[in-house]
Structures are given as C-alpha cells and as structure tokens.
Design a protein around this ligand. Structure first.
Ligand code: SAH
Length: 355
C-alpha cells in the first residue's frame, strides 16, 4: 500500500475540512470541533483533542500533520520588551516582539522572511526577501506572544501591529487570511480595530485594501513628504511617489472612513528642517491622520543620526499649530535589537559566524 502523503491540516479552510469529514462518512460539525482545536486552542497534536474519538484522531493522523512555528530563542529587554526568534518549518527564522506598556500589550509580528524594499535605514532590508510567511506562521507568532503576555505579565494581548520583518502588503493574501483567523470567533476573536498593518506605501495595494473594505488600521512609513528626500531614504518612492501615495490614501479614506497613522523618523541633516516639517503638515491634511514621531534606532555606523531634540520639538510645534496630532514615541527593546528597524536575525548570523 502506498503511504499517504500527509498534508498540513491547517492549510484547509473550515469549508474544506467539512468536506473532508463528509467524504469520510462523518458529521459536518466534527470539522468545526477540530478547527477550533487547531486555531482557537492552538493544539499541536491530535491526541489532545478530547472531544474527538480515538478512532477519528487516528484517522486524522494518517492523513494530516500539524506544522507549528517554534520559538527558538526568547530575549528579555530591561524595559520588559520580549523578542522571539521564531523558527519556521524550513528552518528559516523571523522575529516577533512583545511590547508592554501600562495600558497595552502589543504583538509586533513579521509578514515575510527578510524584506525586498531596501529602505536604507532599516536592518531588515539587509537580509533581502527570502519568502512570504504563510497565514498560519503569522497567526502562530500572535499566539506565542499572547501566551507570553499571560505567562510573564498576567495580562491579555490587546493589540497587534504588522511592523516586524517584511512588507505586509507584498504578502497581501496571506496577511489578510491571517487577520481573518485572528479576528474570527474560531480563531482568537480579536477586534479588527486592535490590529494595525504598516506599509512602506505600496499605493496599488492600499487601493486594494480600500476595495476590500478592511476594518483594521493602516499605518504608512512616510519619513518624508518631499519626493527627493523620500526617494533617497526609500527606493519604493521612485515608483510610488508622494502625490500618488496621497491619492491612494484619499481613496482609502473614502472607502473605509478610517484615519491613517504616519510613521516618521527625523534624521539630522536629512529631514530635520522646517521645510520638511511643513511638507509633512501639508500631507497630513489630505485625510484625517496622526503622526508618530519615532526615534531612530541606529543599525550601524552609517550616515543616519537621530535629529536633535530641538528638531523634534519644532516638528511637534509645526504639526500642532495646524491641528495635527503628533506623538513622540520612545524606542523599546533597543538593548536586545528589538526596536523598529532592528529586526535582522542578529543571533542567527552570529551563530553562523562562530560555527
Ligand atoms: N514594511 C512595513 C512594515 C515594517 S514596520 C513598513 O515599512 O511600514 C517597521 C517600521 O520601522 C517602519 O515604519 C520603518 O520605516 C521603521 N524603521 C525601519 N528602520 C528603522 C530604524 N533603524 N529606526 C527606527 N525606525 C525604523
């Protein structure tokens, strides 16, 4: 007899699982029971599915396997931030971060192994893009952080941001499927408004999000509202310039009525002058929005330096004088390279070097 090639059961939708059970001469509702064990309870083996009969469990084992990510290394920052190095089924590594504040526990998750975008201030860009993450690999990162929130903080996970490695809008279908699972009652039942997807500004995909009428939040890594500067920082701006970005965001707002958050780093000698601050304020008028001024996290000895406090104060003044909300964000987890733009599998590289 030929051995059955085992499939990853979590690749099946609920409808496909229902079909499978019906084809086996079993009841349709069995699928929902198994599906809840797989997603809501995140079980890693069939034997723990206590309301499923032994014979059904054995049958499932002959057809399927359950692939799961593995948290390979967990690092704790002095500020409470936790960084997970997550090993995937093909031994590739991505990173995710738990960020605790007094009010929230946020999971920052990766959507790709590496990144293709070449933003020249970001450590992840140095890795290049190796592959897209599957929906379950994204979902599992969230579950790992949810468990850590309960274990280390005795608090629930409150928010999810797609601000780890990779460009979520270039892995569109898988990211949306993961979010679907995260928000569905059979999954984690989280409210979409607690989820934020951050993009470098892929205008075509921002329009697609709008057409799909998604209910989560959108953040855009802007860093400059002046083409010349933005192209220098982020090569994506050559094909997706500031004006087009503005147009796509207008479209987003018309369809979703959701405001956007702009992420913005101020660098010395690059965008720390009033001309850039005023251009940002003007861009912010396109649709309702707010600005997160994030601190630069040095990734090497290169050309980039965080701007002086006076420049940050000047930005806040210019923005606030025009009624735009601007928040200055402190960096978290810098001592373990867990801060924005620092995710680069440093430990893995270190290990490889010493072997
Ligand atoms: N590709 C998506 C998701 C990554 S989010 C995006 O670009 O939005 C990571 C955020 O950290 C982005 O806003 C990015 O611009 C910012 N970032 C990258 N490198 C950084 C660094 N060295 N210091 C501070 N922020 C950085």
């Amino acid at each position: 007899m030929e051995a059955i090639q085992k499939k990853d059961i979590r690749k099946l939708s609920l409808a496909q699982l229902e079909e499978f059970f019906l084809a086996q001469g079993d009841k349709k509702f069995r699928a929902k029971q198994v599906y809840e064990w797989l997603w809501n309870k995140s079980l890693k083996n069939f034997d723990e599915m206590s309301n499923i009969s032994l014979s059904t469990r054995e049958m499932l084992k002959t057809h399927f396997e359950i692939n799961h990510i593995l948290v390979d290394l967990m690092q704790h920052s002095s500020d409470g931030t936790i960084k997970n190095a997550v090993k995937l089924y093909d031994n590739k590594i991505v990173e995710s971060v738990l960020i605790p504040t007094t009010k929230r526990i946020t999971a920052c998750v990766s959507s790709q192994v590496g990144c293709s975008l070449d933003c020249n201030f970001c450590a992840t860009a140095r890795l290049k893009r190796m592959r897209n993450l599957n929906p379950d690999e994204i979902y599992d990162q969230v579950v790992a952080i949810k468990d850590e929130a309960e274990t280390y903080f005795q608090r629930p996970l409150t928010n999810i941001v797609f601000m780890g490695m990779g460009e979520p809008l270039l892995n569109y279908a898988n990211v949306l499927e993961a979010i679907d699972k995260i928000t569905s009652p059979e999954g984690l039942g989280m409210a979409p408004r607690r989820i934020t997807v951050s993009t470098v500004g892929v205008t075509k995909m921002i329009r697609k999000l709008a057409d799909d009428e998604v209910r989560f939040n959108l953040a855009v890594s802007l860093h400059s509202a002046i083409n010349e500067t933005r192209s220098r920082l982020m090569p994506i701006n050559d094909s997706n310039p500031v004006e087009e970005l503005g147009e796509s965001l207008k479209y987003w707002y018309e369809k979703t009525k959701r405001k956007v958050t702009y992420e913005y780093v101020i660098w010395e000698g690059i965008n720390d002058d009033e001309r850039h601050a005023r251009a940002l304020a003007k861009f912010c008028k396109i649709i309702p929005s707010k600005v997160n001024l994030i601190q630069y996290n040095p990734i090497d000895e290169g050309e980039f330096r965080q701007a002086k406090q006076e420049a940050v104060d000047m930005y806040v003044r210019v923005l606030e004088s025009q009624g735009i909300i601007a928040k200055v964000r402190k960096s978290r987890g810098q001592d373990i390279d867990a801060a924005c733009g620092q995710l680069a599998n440093k430990n893995e590289v270190g290990e490889l070097n010493t072997n």
